[in-house]
Write a new protein. Structure first.
Length: 75
């Protein structure tokens, strides 16, 4: 068996670091940073949809109040 030269040893070392980083990023079956990011994005999207629904309801309420005030002023 021949000995590795310096370049081959560096490549093996870099691949080991890359494997470790990919494991941290993708997870080891339990989810990694990407899975956590996906969960955070889902929560953010859900909160954004709730806020849009709330603002739509408030705008309808303001429209009803405006119609009521206009009707009251006309009489």
């Amino acid at each position: 068996m021949r000995m590795m030269n310096e370049f081959e040893a560096q490549v093996i070392s870099d691949l080991s670091v890359l494997k470790s980083q990919m494991s941290g990023l993708m997870g080891d079956g339990n989810g990694g940073r990407l899975a956590e990011l996906e969960r955070r994005m889902d929560r953010h999207e859900q909160n954004w949809q709730r806020a849009k629904g709330f603002l739509a309801a408030v705008s309808v309420l303001f429209a009803v109040v405006e119609v009521a005030v206009e009707a009251w002023h006309r009489h």
